[in-house]
Design a protein around this ligand. Structure first.
Ligand code: CTP
Ligand code: MG
Length: 234
């Protein structure tokens, strides 16, 4: 039987957000940012458990009440110094505790993408369940792309044909993802698909939309808040 798990890396400090509080705990519509991802993943019936990977010294998680999700939530205080390390550490501990098998699907989703929709999640799972490799949500690049030199002078215009922006969830089977992240080691990767690509494989891009953006800078918060508010008050 095919099983689906999700893993949310949430051990970052949010340095670009310019806030004392790590961004995954900043309030968005009265709940911490990470709550919104957990809520969407929790309500998907195919998903067995949600692993949340926190920094070993995280002192913010326990300030909130997560009891409504307790039958699916598994908190692992094993975050690393990079996102890839946090994901790999989470996968390692989940296996050590016999919570996952090699063949299970793992959906890795950033804590900082609170606007993921149920439809996007359903689409990803249904498109990839029978896939050999796995894949990720992504959006085709729509702007014209300029390549600059270090003085911000345009050197040339990059063709945007076949260029996509990677999002999460990114969905791969446990064994492949674990092997890929181990192999990626010191490579400077910022998503899971890059590790799979480094093995010579080709993850599938599943069409998403720009609303599933990553909250990175302070100005992104207001946009995420607006999107969530409009969804909750149609
Ligand atoms: N992440 C993690 N462990 C790290 C770094 C990042 O689990 N050592 C997580 C973040 O918490 C976030 C996701 O990976 O949910 C995407 O990373 P990003 O948006 O870059 O978050 P931060 O690294 O926290 O932010 P910044 O790069 O601005 O410091
Ligand atoms: Mg980061």
């Amino acid at each position: 039987m095919t099983r689906f798990f999700t893993l949310i890396p949430a051990a970052g400090s949010g340095s670009r957000m310019d806030s004392e509080l790590p961004k995954q705990y900043l309030l968005l519509n009265d709940n911490p940012m990470i709550y919104h991802s957990i809520n969407t993943l929790y309500h998907n019936k195919l998903i067995t458990s949600i692993f949340v990977v926190l920094a070993p010294d995280d002192c913010n998680w326990i300030k909130h009440d997560w009891s409504q999700f307790s039958d699916k939530l598994i908190v692992l205080n094993c975050g690393g110094t990079t996102r890839a390390e946090s994901v790999l550490n989470g996968l390692t501990i989940a296996k050590q505790r016999n919570l996952v098998d090699n063949n299970d699907w793992i959906l890795v989703h950033d804590a900082a993408r609170p606007c993921l929709t149920t439809a996007q999640l359903d689409g990803l799972i249904s498109e990839l369940t029978h896939d050999e490799v796995g894949g990720l949500l992504a959006v085709p690049v729509s702007d014209t792309l300029k390549r600059s030199n270090i003085r911000n002078l345009v050197m040339h215009t990059e063709p945007r044909e076949n260029l996509w922006q990677a999002q999460t969830p990114q969905m791969f089977r446990y064994e492949l993802l674990f092997k890929a992240l181990q192999n990626a080691g010191k490579l400077h990767i910022t998503d899971d698909a890059s590790a799979i690509e480094a093995l010579g494989l080709h993850p599938k891009l599943i069409l998403s939309d720009a609303y599933n953006f990553k909250v990175t800078y302070p100005k992104d918060l207001a946009l995420a808040e607006l999107i969530i508010h409009q969804r909750n008050n149609p």
